[in-house]
Design a protein around this ligand. Structure first.
Ligand code: NAD
Length: 470
């Protein structure tokens, strides 16, 4: 496959390529251009050339292109989802959800087209004050490999609707579905250059994009360390920056909770996408009076998860996306073995693929490393607490603040969780759901800014005040 720059499909200027490998089989499934700084520059130039034309269209016309693209995406869910399974590893059902989620995001922003407006005020002293909402200009989206399609949608949807042009860089292991969707944008009538998709390493191509003087905004999703670097680099040319970073979401299960529902929530919340979700349940706090029953149910349900190639019927958990991810899970389990008890899982199954067993761990001390740092894979630590106060204190005790959930039937406890959990998104009796309507992003070290909702549209526009005296 080639890169999309200025409406054309092109190779990298160096003519070098990189392999895309199926994480379940280790087979090379495709080659994409290994783009570098020159290719990033070409993409920014193309986005610059397209800007006036795209920004000059009405928001309703831009919305129509998003609707048409969403229709094409929905018409090709099966093909796109199959590609996503092959490059990312997730089960086909999850891949279909993700592709449909992308279409939903475009539809949501297309529906906001007629609400993209400023305001006016007549004053005695200054005449008429008109506040326009204008696009920022060229926006760069940097996307990780865990939810490559959905996260691309969080960036492309509001940016394009607001009249910006976009250069998107998918992660090196998962560029294929995004490129295929780029083709659907072209078929839907998006003008050449309004969306450019470039492939290549973050350290060279990504760096060139986030330091390019003509780029007005960078929306980055990835690890805290990379995000910090991106923010510093973008600050040199005073860009707008949105950072969607790591999380270590707590889930609190009170003694009055529906335990079966909470177990189902924990299993889905941790093992969906092989645990590689920013808002996965990464630390579970359960009241000690129900802990034995909860752990037994959780262990049983976890052992029922069928692990395998995401294309096989009945598989509920695929492999990790890449070798470092699998190696990290081995290390996490080694660290845990000295500190806690592995209730189930903990091993790499024999054979090919970056697989790891779904793992449940108990008995960790509060300062255990796997409770302090984000664990991006299928390992769920369960910690006993004596009270809601203790649960909230532990839940809030890390640098992260992305998502958090509380499971209870007691209204006062639920309200307390909503008030006191330090997170950008708080769920009551659910976890992991991120609808396009709800602003999404982290507090504390989990990020700056929001994606989704009207909030994201605001972050892809800036106000211009015009004072008119006649
Ligand atoms: P990563 O930081 O390694 O890479 C993310 C992207 O940044 C990739 O496209 C990479 O090529 C690019 N990149 C790397 N160096 C760069 C540089 N110097 N300049 C510009 N771009 C550069 O993250 P990852 O391992 O792909 O993703 C996993 C992390 O993402 C986890 O921490 C997870 O929690 C986080 N995440 C957060 C959210 C959220 O919305 N908050 C969503 C999904 C994932």
């Amino acid at each position: 496959m080639k890169m999309l720059i200025g409406g054309a499909w092109v190779d990298a200027s160096s003519e070098r390529t990189m392999d895309v490998v199926n994480p379940a089989t280790w087979e090379t499934i495709e080659r994409v251009p290994l783009g570098g700084p020159e290719d990033g520059g070409a993409a920014v130039e193309a986005a610059g050339e397209a800007l006036a034309g795209w920004a000059g269209q009405t928001s309703l016309d831009r919305g129509k292109v998003l609707y048409r693209t969403a229709d094409l995406v929905r018409g090709e869910v099966d093909t796109l989802a199959t590609t996503l399974v092959a490059e990312q590893g997730k089960p086909l059902r999850e891949a279909k959800d993700e592709v449909r989620g992308f279409a939903h995001i475009l539809e949501y922003y297309a529906g906001l087209a007629s609400s993209l407006m400023g305001e006016t005020l007549n004053t005695q002293a200054y005449g008429r004050i008109i506040v326009e909402k204008r696009p920022l200009g060229i926006c760069v989206g940097i996307v990780p490999w865990n939810m490559p399609v959905l996260i691309a949608g969080w960036k492309i949807g509001p940016a394009l609707l607001a009249g910006n042009t976009v250069v998107l860089k998918p992660a090196s292991t998962t560029p294929l579905t995004t490129l295929a969707i780029g083709d659907l944008f072209c078929r839907a009538g998006l003008p050449a250059g309004a969306l450019n998709i470039v492939t290549g390493p973050g350290e060279t191509l990504g760096e060139a994009l986030v330091t390019h003087p003509d780029v007005r905004k960078v929306s980055f999703t990835g690890e805290i360390g990379t995000g910090r670097h991106v923010a510093e680099a973008a600050a040199q040319t005073i860009k707008h920056v949105t950072l969607e970073l790591g999380g270590s979401d707590p889930m609190i299960v009170c003694d009055d909770a529906d335990l079966e529902a909470a177990v189902a929530g924990a299993v889905a919340g941790r093992f969906y996408n092989c645990g590689q979700t920013c808002t996965a349940v990464k630390r579970l706090f359960v009241f000690s009076s129900v802990a034995d029953r909860f752990r037994a149910l959780l262990t049983r349900k976890t052992e029922e998860i069928r692990v395998g190639n995401g294309m096989e019927a009945g598989v509920r958990m695929g492999p990790l996306n890449n070798a470092p991810g699998q190696e990290r899970m081995r290390q996490v389990v080694e660290e845990i073995e000295g500190e806690g008890r592995i209730l189930t899982g903990g091993k790499v199954p024999p054979g090919k693929g970056f697989f790891f067993e779904p793992t449940v761990v108990a008995g960790l001390a509060p300062d255990a490393l796997s409770l302090r740092e984000e664990v991006f894979g299928p390992v769920l630590p369960v910690v006993e607490v004596e009270s809601l106060d203790e649960a909230l204190q532990e839940a809030n005790s890390t640098k992260y603040g992305l998502g958090a959930s509380i499971w209870t039937k007691n209204l006062e406890r639920a309200e307390r969780g909503c008030r006191d959990l330090e997170a950008g998104i708080v769920w009551v009796n659910q976890h992991l759901k991120i609808p396009p309507e709800a602003p999404f992003g982290g507090t504390k070290w989990s990020g700056i800014g929001r994606e989704n909702g009207r909030a994201a549209l605001d972050r892809y526009t800036e106000e211009r005040s015009i004072l008119v005296r006649t």
